[in-house]
Ligand binder design. Structure first.
Ligand SMILES: Cc1cc2nc3c(=O)[nH]c(=O)nc-3n(C[C@H](O)[C@H](O)[C@H](O)COP(=O)(O)O)c2cc1C
Length: 275
């Protein structure tokens, strides 16, 4: 059996993407695939914990660009059978360092891509962002593998900002959880309204302030106040949407591109089961 060549390029700040990739790549490793892994690093190290102002102040550039500069990666231009791209969602978008890589790496042209996405709760808009960047030059995008925080939704909304801003974990969780490739109707509602409002705020904040200025800090205080009100209200309405959807079945609008191939079908085509 010829050994399939798999390229893995990832960005991870706190290791979750790497854990997700270990899990995703296991079936390929077990079948003897030749896997080469590359990690994206930013030119300037990212802070962790972020602290309140630094965390929120990257929202405008994460949503609208330009993204942070990354160190050059020496990836050989082989005839890769599969390219696996692992990245977290940041502010309902592709994390900035992966976005920079995608925009620079037009040689992904014609390849089959498996996105491995990690997030706390909301990933669909980040995935749409990914599709928008890659669709013009990538031949085939497989259904994403999504790794979500294994916590109740309300706990996630509380624990995520606290963890990212202060580095402290409010709730313990050790389990890994892989979810469906289609989010719930309630989360889809939250994401579509959330992404529109992030775009509005990102434009406004960029218009009134530059990066790392006092003006930016003032502007993000207003953005934070907006989030304090908006998240519970959207969560409440999202709950109603979810309830209606599960009772009427099929109200869910999936929006965006649907993939017609999954990782397991690629695995089967690489390593057919002999009769
Ligand atoms: C700046 C920033 C923004 C984030 N925005 C989101 C988000 O919009 N939705 C979400 O579910 N998680 C969000 N997260 C959480 C990360 O997606 C999640 O913790 C991810 O698993 C981190 O991966 P890593 O540990 O490999 O860096 C955000 C994290 C950061 C640092």
């Amino acid at each position: 059996m010829d050994s399939k060549k798999i390229l893995v390029v990832s960005f991870s700040q706190t290791g979750t993407v790497h854990k997700a990739l270990e899990n995703a790549l296991l079936p390929f490793r077990e079948r003897g695939a030749a896997i080469e892994m590359y990690s994206i690093e930013t030119e300037k190290p990212l802070p962790f914990p972020w602290g309140f102002f630094r965390f929120f102040s990257i929202m405008p550039e994460t949503v609208l660009g330009p993204s942070v500069a990354i160190r050059p990666l020496e990836i050989p231009e082989k005839d890769w059978d599969l390219v696996v791209l692992g990245f977290p969602v940041w502010f309902l978008s592709v994390a900035q360092p992966m976005k920079t890589f995608l925009l620079e790496r037009k040689w992904l042209r014609g390849k089959t891509i498996l996105p491995v996405i990690t997030c706390r709760e909301l990933w669909w808009s980040g995935y749409q962002d990914f599709l928008q960047i890659t669709e013009p030059f990538v031949a085939n995008i497989l259904e994403p593998l999504v790794y979500k925080e294994p916590l109740a939704s309300w706990k996630t909304y509380l624990s995520t900002p606290i963890y990212l801003v202060t580095g402290k974990k409010v709730f313990k969780n050790n389990a890994a959880s892989w979810r469906e490739t289609i989010p719930s109707a309630g989360n889809l509602f939250m994401e579509s309204v959330g992404k529109k409002s992030f775009r509005f705020w990102a434009r406004l904040i960029k218009h009134v302030s530059s990066r790392e200025s006092i003006g930016r800090n003032v502007a993000i205080c207003f953005f934070f106040l907006y989030l304090l009100f908006a998240i519970p209200i959207l969560k409440l309405i999202g709950g109603v949407v979810q309830f209606v959807d599960s009772n009427l079945k099929g109200l869910r609008k999936q929006g965006g591109r649907r993939c017609n191939q999954s990782m397991s079908s690629v695995l089967e085509s690489f390593y057919p089961i002999k009769p």
